[in-house]
Structures are given as structure tokens and as C-alpha cells.
Design a protein around this ligand. Structure first.
Ligand SMILES: O=C(CO)[C@H](O)[C@H](O)COP(=O)(O)O
Ligand SMILES: [Co+2]
Length: 221
């Protein structure tokens, strides 16, 4: 495994009754960033949290808040999440009429911009905006729920993106999200991912297990 891999626990699998404590616990356990899944019951068939919750989490950690926006239309909410304390805002191309404009809104808000590819979204949509993003997120499940099975087809997309990022000399992180545990994470890193999002496999077993769970992901086994 590359030793530059970063681990981003998804708080979707945390105890929602004590999210602040959960964020502190995974930070203490070695997390590199905190992945926050925002779902609207429209773009995806589930509802989670909004900017108020992101703002409430902000004082609990200095780690980057990696906010994955699964909401449509997304543009009006970008300044609200930036103001709340997000460090990275990642959007889906299908969530607005003009991807370039949405990415510009994110940058204008002073935060890093990411683009997320659903399993059925072609890599070409991300290649088109590699100069405009700080992160590409490859979904390895259909967005909406944690605890799903890793979809193998993500690996070829990661490999293609890695080649394009390296060939173009882009300073872009390549993140994979969905069904990541030690074994699938290792394969994603081999394909070229450098950020692993993991919900179920980090939060399983409760706080006493978080350090070992994160270490297992980092070690790839
Ligand atoms: O974006 C997501 C779902 O839409 C989540 O980040 C993802 O599913 C993480 O959960 P798990 O590791 O349990 O698959
Ligand atoms: Co996510």
C-alpha cells in the first residue's frame, strides 16, 4: 500500500445521538479527515443532516470536514455549508444544470471543490473538470445508504482517473466511497485511490475498536 493513503471515516455509520463525541473518537483513533454525508430524500432516497449539523460538528475537530453533498438542486446550499465550516464540498454532476458554475460557487466560497461519480456516471465527466477540482470521489455503491457491497467496476474508473491525474500533473485527491473495508480498500489503493471513505468498517465495534479499524484500513489487511 502507498503510505500516503488517507482515511476518512463516514459519520453516516456513527451514533447520531452523539456525533461530536464520535468525531473526536475517530480523530483520536487516527482518522485523517471526517466524511459527512448530506442526503436530501430527493437526489438520493435517504435524509441525513444539513448545514446546522456541520456547524455543530466544526468545534469538535481540526481535521478537514469532507462534506459529500447528495442534494439537488445543490447550488443554493453551497455557501451555507461553506459558512458552516466545511473544508471540502463535493457535488454530483447530476445535482445542478451547470457543473462548472457549481464548482465555481464552491471555490468562490473559499473551500476545496470535489466532483463525485455515481457507479453509472462516466469518468469523462470528471476528466472534463480536473483543472477545477481538488478531489474526485468515485462512488463504489449507489449513493444513499451505508453498509452496501463494494462494486468492482469502481476499480477501472479509479485506475483511469489515476492515469489522467498523474499524466496531467493535477493536484487532485482521488477518493473512493462505499463498501470500503481492509480488502476492498487495498484494491482501491492499488488501482490508484489515495483517500478511503469508510463508514461501517470504521464504526463497527464501538469506540474501543476505532483505532484498530482505521489501522487495518491503512495497512490494507
Ligand atoms: O456516500 C455514502 C453513501 O451514499 C457513504 O459515504 C458510504 O456509503 C459510506 O458507508 P459504508 O462505508 O458503510 O459503505
Ligand atoms: Co459519502
Amino acid at each position: 500500500m502507498q503510505n500516503t493513503v488517507r482515511i476518512a471515516p463516514s459519520i453516516l455509520a456513527a451514533d447520531f445521538a452523539q456525533l461530536g463525541a464520535e468525531v473526536r473518537a475517530v480523530a483520536d483513533a487516527g482518522a485523517d479527515m471526517i466524511h459527512v454525508d448530506v442526503m436530501d430524500g430527493h437526489f438520493v432516497p435517504n435524509i441525513t443532516i444539513g448545514p446546522q449539523a456541520v456547524g455543530a460538528l466544526r468545534p469538535h475537530t481540526r481535521l478537514p470536514l469532507d462534506v459529500h453533498l447528495m442534494i439537488a438542486p445543490v447550488d443554493a446550499y453551497i455557501p451555507m455549508f461553506a459558512e458552516a465550516g466545511a473544508d471540502i464540498l463535493t457535488i454530483h454532476p447530476e445535482a445542478g444544470p451547470h457543473l462548472h458554475r457549481s464548482l465555481q460557487l464552491i471555490r468562490d466560497a473559499g473551500v476545496k471543490a470535489g466532483v463525485a461519480l455515481n457507479p453509472a456516471t462516466p469518468v469523462s465527466l470528471a476528466l472534463e473538470v480536473l483543472d477545477e477540482v481538488d478531489l474526485v470521489l468515485v462512488m463504489s455503491v449507489n449513493p444513499g445508504f451505508g453498509g452496501q457491497k463494494f462494486q468492482e467496476r469502481a476499480l477501472a474508473k479509479i485506475a483511469e482517473l489515476r492515469r489522467a491525474i498523474d499524466a496531467g500533473g493535477h493536484d487532485v485527491a482521488l477518493e473512493v466511497d462505499g463498501g470500503i473495508k481492509a480488502e476492498t480498500g487495498a484494491r482501491a489503493v492499488t488501482a490508484g485511490a489515495d483517500v478511503l471513505v469508510a463508514g461501517s468498517s470504521v464504526f463497527k465495534g464501538g469506540p474501543d475498536a476505532y483505532a484498530a479499524n482505521i489501522a487495518a484500513l491503512r495497512a490494507g489487511g
